[in-house]
Design a protein around this ligand. Structure first.
Ligand code: COA
Length: 144
């Protein structure tokens, strides 16, 4: 991901995610040196993921696939690629996912993450949704 990708990335984000990142979140991640990757199909961006790495631990901050391109393996491919990059400096890969997000939860299970705990009511209620637990998932990267 480069600064030039931010507009396209944000458009995918606002259309696909119920809790979208805005352009500033992506710019801050690029400036912070996070692992920021886009997936391209025929020269167009179809998805993106961002990982923060600190002291040997990687955290997935965001993962989104364009609505038109979901269900075709792009999300899985992005997670696999991010895992490979993270494993160069990290032994453990963490993420949190809303308990209602079955698509993401199943993808993470398929990709090798395991559920290790929950944070009760981690995501506060909004005008449109009730509060939700966060499922904490971990993948061991030391075998990569
Ligand atoms: C979650 C998301 C990234 C998945 O991307 P995707 O490209 O559609 O996923 P893939 O096609 O790679 O699917 C990989 C696996 O995920 C799971 N999965 C994907 N969509 C699913 C759905 N609608 N229901 C249940 N499981 C699903 C399946 O296990 C699938 O494996 P399978 O095809 O062998 O059954 C995408 O739905 C998205 O961008 N959602 C909105 C943003 C979001 O919720 N991000 C995650 C925040 S934690």
């Amino acid at each position: 991901m480069t600064q030039q990708d931010i507009h396209a990335v944000s458009q995918i984000e606002s259309a696909a995610s119920q809790h979208p990142w805005n352009e500033k979140h992506y710019i801050d991640s690029l400036n912070s040196g996070h692992i920021c990757q886009v997936a391209e199909l025929d020269g167009s961006i179809v998805g993106q993921g961002v990982v923060m790495t600190v002291a040997g631990e990687a955290s997935l901050l965001i993962l989104t696939v364009d609505k038109e391109h979901q269900g075709k393996g792009h999300g899985y491919a992005i997670v696999e690629h991010l895992s490979e990059l993270a494993s160069q400096t990290c032994d453990t890969f963490f993420l949190e996912v809303r308990e209602s997000n079955n698509a993401a939860f199943n993808l993470y299970l398929n990709a090798g993450f395991s559920e290790v705990g929950r944070r009760a009511n981690y995501y506060p209620a909004t005008r449109h949704s009730a509060s939700e637990d966060a499922i904490i998932m971990i993948m061991d990267l030391s075998f990569n």
